[in-house]
Ligand binder design. Structure first.
Ligand code: NI
Length: 138
């Protein structure tokens, strides 16, 4: 069974508010580009997060990685940071970064990547709505 790569997934959920906004544009232009997501008083999304870790199962455990370890990592690095937060106002990550699903996925990747085995591949899928989702790396 050696050298066979397997992907393991952890699904998590968080709620957060945001406003999509380019400070170089006026409100009218922002509304034209971002629509309701540029509402000045913010709005919330129920984000569904899928974390995919790919690697060769460990010879001793048969695990790619211990899912409890992955779960704890996501809890402390992602959920503790973003759940029930206003991304624009409450999180330094999005103080100067438009909190689109694309950018949120990249930020989550960058938070988790250094905590994982360098031999493992990481992919982030983030659902902003049941029908709209992004994946990073593409
Ligand atoms: Ni939105």
């Amino acid at each position: 069974m050696d050298k066979k790569r397997v992907a393991v997934f952890r699904r998590e959920h968080f709620n957060a508010a945001h406003r999509l906004y380019n400070p170089q544009w006026d409100d009218a232009k922002n509304m034209q580009v971002f629509g309701k997501c540029s509402n000045p008083h913010y709005h919330g999304h129920n984000y569904e997060l899928e974390i995919k870790v790919t690697g060769i199962p460990n010879a001793a455990t048969g695990y790619v990685m211990d899912m409890k370890v992955l779960s704890d990592l996501v809890q402390e690095q992602v959920l503790a940071r973003f759940d029930h937060k206003n991304l624009n106002l409450d999180t330094p990550e999005f103080k100067n970064l438009n909190p689109t699903a694309e950018h949120i996925a990249i930020v989550i990747y960058d938070l988790l990547r250094p905590k994982l085995d360098p031999e493992h591949d990481l992919h982030i899928r983030l659902y902003e709505t049941p029908r709209n989702f992004v994946e990073y790396p593409a």
